[in-house]
Design a protein around this ligand. Structure first.
Ligand code: ADP
Length: 391
């Protein structure tokens, strides 16, 4: 493997395991801070490998590849949460500073571990149980009501690994794999929110304004920052709780707490439960690239290097992020003439990925004073890139 080019002046090298879009989006702030990034990429043309010169190809599942990669890095962090425990442990044993640490990362890797720990800490969660077979699932459903939301504890993303089950027998194929599953009550939520937090190894932390995430078919399509009409008490409780969680779990770097807002009955204030934790810069934080004084990617670099954190306030009353999913055509550059002329305030972020239907290939941000018009602008740009509107 070739070593990353060090910048004179004592600047560090940050290693990122995984060469996806999150690693790619760390590059602009890294350039500005004169920090060198190095990524352990899945392939030579991975999203991050296109823009980061030091991008050796290797597997995050291989102890040898990861140790060799880490040898030229001052600190190692992640583009995704799928690095197995033995690989993480090998890094720690080799004395490599790793952020977030394996002990914290576990709670984003395994939803059963997460539920157990959050419940012990008194964080509001849906009713849940570890279920080992169809009869335990049936007992849970009979106690808490059907349907039940059933989850594989590890490896899920974008709703894969989540099933809504009306009868225990529907899950027989999952139990046949032999793993314990997580059963949850189906939460009657009104919307999904996310709390984005950064915490450094020395314990400084910062929390961005809470956002609303809009999902379509299990995939986040839009983020509204801040979440419109959010109850003040819910907002401060959820933010405080996320900061406390960061300390209790000793989380380092940027992470997101995904939450469900539950409407209060008879005019009572709304409440919330935590859905899950993501321990890395997160889709719900992409709005910060243009809408916050400090983007989540710059903040993540600051946090893992234990530098002072940046200001997290919003630059405008509203920012809207629209995810661009792969659509009808793969010629994206020709869209620029029309899109950039139509909306000079539009901020494009494409990930250099090949277009496949439904694949996240980029996002757009717009910010300003009028939420409805921002939503329309972001929607139009995403639709145009997807090929579903043509003017
Ligand atoms: P993933 O890890 O694949 O993102 P999540 O656990 O976030 O999976 O679940 C995906 C989606 O399923 C959530 O965004 C939410 O819309 C729905 N969901 C998950 N858990 C529950 C629940 N307990 N009650 C109701 N809906 C749920």
């Amino acid at each position: 493997m070739t070593s990353p080019q060090r910048v004179p002046g004592g600047f560090p090298v940050v290693g990122i395991i995984g060469g996806g879009q999150l690693a790619r989006m760390c590059q602009p702030p890294a350039v500005n801070l004169s920090i060198t990034l190095s990524v352990l990429a899945e392939a030579p043309d991975a999203a991050a490998a296109q823009v980061i010169p030091s991008a050796p190809v290797g597997s995050h599942l291989s102890v040898d590849d990861v140790l060799e990669f880490a040898r030229s890095c001052d600190v190692v962090t992640f583009d995704h949460e799928h690095v197995p425990s033995d690989v993480l442990q090998a890094l720690v044993d080799a004395g490599v500073p790793v952020h977030p640490k394996p002990e914290a990362l576990l709670y984003a890797q395994d939803k059963l571990e997460m539920r157990e720990r959050l419940t012990k800490l008194g964080v509001p969660c849906p009713a849940w149980a570890r279920v080992r077979d169809v009869s335990e699932l049936a007992a849970f459903g009979d106690e808490h009501g059907w349907p039940v939301v059933l989850k594989t504890p590890r490896g899920g993303y974008d709703g894969k690994g989540v099933r809504v089950i009306d009868a225990a027998s529907e899950a027989a194929d999952w139990f046949a794999r032999g793993d314990d599953l997580l059963a949850e009550e189906s939460v009657p939520f009104s919307r999904e929110l996310a709390v984005l937090v950064a915490r450094s190894p020395s314990g400084q932390s910062a929390v961005w304004p809470i956002v609303q995430t809009v999902q379509t078919d299990g995939i986040c399509t839009e983020v509204l920052a801040p979440a419109p009409d959010l109850d003040d008490e819910l907002s401060s409780h959820a933010s405080q709780s996320a900061l406390q969680l960061a300390g209790e779990l000793d989380i380092t770097g940027v992470f997101a707490v995904e939450i469900f807002e539950i409407p209060g009955s008879d005019g009572a204030a709304p409440s919330y439960v935590v859905n899950e934790l993501a321990m890395r810069p997160h889709n719900s934080g992409h709005w910060t690239m243009d809408g916050s004084v400090t983007s989540q990617f710059e903040q993540h670099l600051r946090a893992v290097l234990d530098l002072p954190l940046g200001e997290v306030s919003a630059r405008a009353p509203w920012t809207v992020m629209g995810n661009v999913l792969g659509g009808d055509y793969d010629q994206l550059y020709p869209t620029y003439k029309h899109l950039l002329a139509r909306d000079p305030g539009l901020k494009m972020h494409l990930y250099g990925k090949g277009v496949r239907p439904g694949r996240k290939i980029g996002h757009v941000n717009v910010y300003g004073d009028d939420l409805d018009s921002l939503r329309a602008r972001a929607r139009h740009a995403a639709d145009y890139l997807e090929g579903t509107v043509t003017e």
